[in-house]
Ligand binder design. Structure first.
Ligand SMILES: [Zn+2]
Length: 77
């Protein structure tokens, strides 16, 4: 099972469903048992919804979502 750091690192790919099924299952298993990562997952998922809705309504400046998402990247140790 992936640890917290791996889970957070792959959260974006997980949300994009760009991981192999086996990995998705592992991440889901970790999320089920880890409230920290669960919180991060819910936050990212919600953020995406907000950004998607907003992007439809307004034209966001180039790189805005990248910069926004970068704020929530796990800090490398
Ligand atoms: Zn975790």
């Amino acid at each position: 099972m992936p640890n917290c750091q791996e889970t957070l690192k792959e959260l974006e790919l997980f949300l994009d469903s760009e991981l192999p099924n086996a990995r998705i299952e592992e991440i889901m298993a970790h999320l089920t048992g880890c409230t920290d990562c669960q919180g991060a997952y819910e936050f990212h998922a919600e953020l995406r919804t907000i950004v998607r809705v907003k992007a439809k309504r307004d034209h966001l400046p180039e790189g805005f979502t990248d910069r926004l998402l970068a704020c929530f990247e796990p800090q490398s140790e």
